[in-house]
Write a protein that binds this ligand. Structure first.
Ligand SMILES: Nc1nc(=O)c2c([nH]1)NC[C@@H]1CN(c3ccc(C(=O)N[C@@H](CCC(=O)O)C(=O)O)cc3)C=[N+]21
Length: 296
């Protein structure tokens, strides 16, 4: 069997086009423009690439993009003060503080200072609690993007066995909540799981979010399963820089029914969902109906 490729790049372009349509309508009918503020502390080169690509795509869908680039030695007080100002600014509907932050900053405190209604990453403790109890919240972008691709591919997910490998607050845990919300039978596996291969082989839906290059191999995949690869690892192979996922693509694709590639899978959907969340936040802030199909 050779897996169907789930084209995240094409799907993300479709989501962005939908978002752009809603943004145009908000402008025309309500004179509103959603605004997204991205805060970057320090000069991590990978983070700079993500931030500039977020900014570009934000402008492309017609939203206002505000970037705050702060030096690596920025104090917590200065950062919290900036977040306070963004919270109070009615033109800003979404706030994203790029992670990881430099070690001297308390990321939990910083994230929990963001107004939950503007927390387009869905990392604020209130949004985590709302998601966990099935209430309306801001949903983390990467898991939301994965859910959209899974729903698109399968229609209904109810009753499917889902295994999420990885238990991070950013991907693994919210991914599991979303799959549970769609009535999957969910297992969260991690580095201490006994016989990980056997657990993975039980999965109709296998989500890899461990941060280890090519760790999930074909022998861990149930024939016909859908494999979602969240990993983005920069490695060197035969002297060349290469981007690989947490899944060993070749061996997994030989067994799976469908698989997301890296690059061009989950990554582009993450940014598309960030824009979708900013649109949702803007609609909620103004008491307008939320666009269908762009939230969990
Ligand atoms: N507060 C916060 N929210 C985030 O959402 C967040 C963050 N911090 N810190 C860093 C990670 C990383 N991240 C990516 C987004 C898009 C791609 C993406 O579009 N990747 C492309 C291209 C990758 C490349 O060529 O480098 C792909 O997979 O096809 C990757 C990674 C969001 N992050």
């Amino acid at each position: 069997m050779t897996a169907a490729i789930i084209d995240g790049k094409a799907f993300a372009a479709k989501v962005r086009a939908e978002v752009a349509g809603h943004v145009a309508r908000l402008k025309e009918e309500h004179g509103l423009q959603p605004g997204l503020a991205v805060v970057l502390v320090g000069e991590d080169p990978a983070s700079q690439v993500y931030v500039s690509s977020k900014g570009k795509q934000t402008v492309e869908v017609g939203m206002a993009s505000i970037e705050h680039k702060l030096p690596a030695d920025t104090s917590e007080a200065v950062l919290l003060d900036l977040i306070g100002k963004l919270n109070a600014d009615p033109k800003i509907h979404g706030i994203l503080v790029q992670l990881p932050l430099p070690a001297h900053l308390n990321s939990e405190l910083v994230i929990n200072t963001i107004d939950p209604a503007k927390d387009v990453d869905g990392f604020h403790i209130s949004n985590v609690g709302l998601l966990g109890t099935g209430q309306k919240s801001m949903v983390p972008c990467t898991p939301l993007g994965c859910l959209m691709m899974l729903r698109d591919h399968h229609g209904k997910l109810a009753g499917m066995n889902a295994v999420v490998v990885g238990r991070s607050n950013i991907v693994g845990k919210p991914m599991a909540q979303l799959l549970l919300g769609d009535s999957c039978t969910v297992t969260i596996a991690h580095s201490r799981t006994k016989d990980l291969a056997a657990v993975c082989r039980g999965a109709d839906i296998l989500v890899a979010a461990v941060g280890r290059p090519e760790m999930i191999t074909g022998d861990m995949v149930k024939p016909g399963a859908t494999v979602i690869d969240v990993g983005i690892n920069r490695i060197e192979r035969e002297g060349k820089a290469k981007l690989v996922g947490d899944v060993h693509f070749e061996s997994a694709a030989a067994v799976a029914g469908a698989i997301t590639p890296v690059p061009g899978g989950v990554g582009p959907m993450t940014i598309a969902c960030l824009l979708a969340n900013t649109l949702t936040a803007c609609c909620r802030a103004h008491g307008l109906p939320e666009p269908a199909g762009l939230t969990a």
